[in-house]
Ligand binder design. Sequence first.
Ligand code: GAF
Length: 398
Amino acid sequence: MTAPDDATALFEQLTGHAPDGVWSAPGRVNLIGEHTDYNDGFVLPFAIPHRTYAAVGMRDDGRIRVASTFADDAPVEVALDELAGLFPTPTGATPAVAEWAAYPLGVAWALQLADPSTDPGAAGCGVDIAIASDVPVGAGLSSSAAIEGATASALNDLWNAGLDRTALARIGRRAENEAVGAPTGIMDQMASMLGEPDAAIFLDCRTLDTNLVPVGIAEARLAILIMDTRVQHSHATGGYRERRASCERGAAIMGVPSLRDVSMGDLARAEELMDDVTFRRVRHIVTENQRVLDTVKTLRESGARAIGDLLVASHASMRDDFEISVAELDTAVEAALSAGAIGARMTGGGFGGAAIALIEQAAVQTVSDAVTAAFAASGFTPPHLFTVTPSAGARRDA
Ligand code: GAF
């Protein structure tokens, strides 16, 4: 069965009747612009064809129940007016419900806060939500934003909240930050809500202004290969939070609200003012913002074939300055480049997850074989390799 059928079947098993509708939202891959989002900077992600589906139906007792095909746990059910007692999750603590359930329940909580016309005590507001997904989990492809986007889209419609896509992305981010407790930026939710076929989304994370940038991958007979290392990562703990703190420290030392306000010309002064590690974190953000701007310009003026060096420079910056790569990601990138990729870089938050390679369509098999062989030679778990094309954002499917 496909994921939408799975979601509907799970809903029917749970409730004994058909859902009121099915909504979905995609995962994303980021072409370039890593860890720049929470620094008010620039990113260039696109939505991928893999989607998460939420089959949803109203209930008349003011309760919310969530179930999924991907977690072994039993469905989680609470009264809507109890959500305010569950969230926010204190910093560093684990959510009061199973982590997978904190995403949809956190969205319901955040939506209630954003839309005061949704009376949490109103019996008619209750919902059952059954979720199924074909977005790989833990691969750095935003399976979490896909859950948030599908749930937010469904509740926005069923609760007549009337919020636009950017507002729903903010709801998803709030769920992730405050219900799940992962201190992430807004890139993933914006990509999942606003994705369009054949375009990347150039997002200014300070203003949330977006511009679609045609990538023209298929016309140029190119492909984007996802190289999922299958090294699992979590942004709720550890390195991600620590990198974010370094960026805030760097901005404070420079006397600016965020690293978006530090220019390439300021880097010499930054190096004088701060310790080596903080400086290198700052340098990654400042140069990565510039690389996003350069990639957008290059895509528009010269096409995708010309962005390879920018992707490679981005990976080097994440490996050496931001230090968020791992041996499996470096191996994937190096093997792809050695086998003729035009460019390659790790994508997402790092510490595991996936890398991408921009390659000739005709080279998909050769590059895949080379990456698989390099993983085997290093004794790594075999990677999961597949191609993606920019795809549509969140929508109602049925
Ligand atoms: C994760 C986060 F969720 C994003 O907000 C972003 O910071 C990304 O890592 C790194 O660019 O996907």
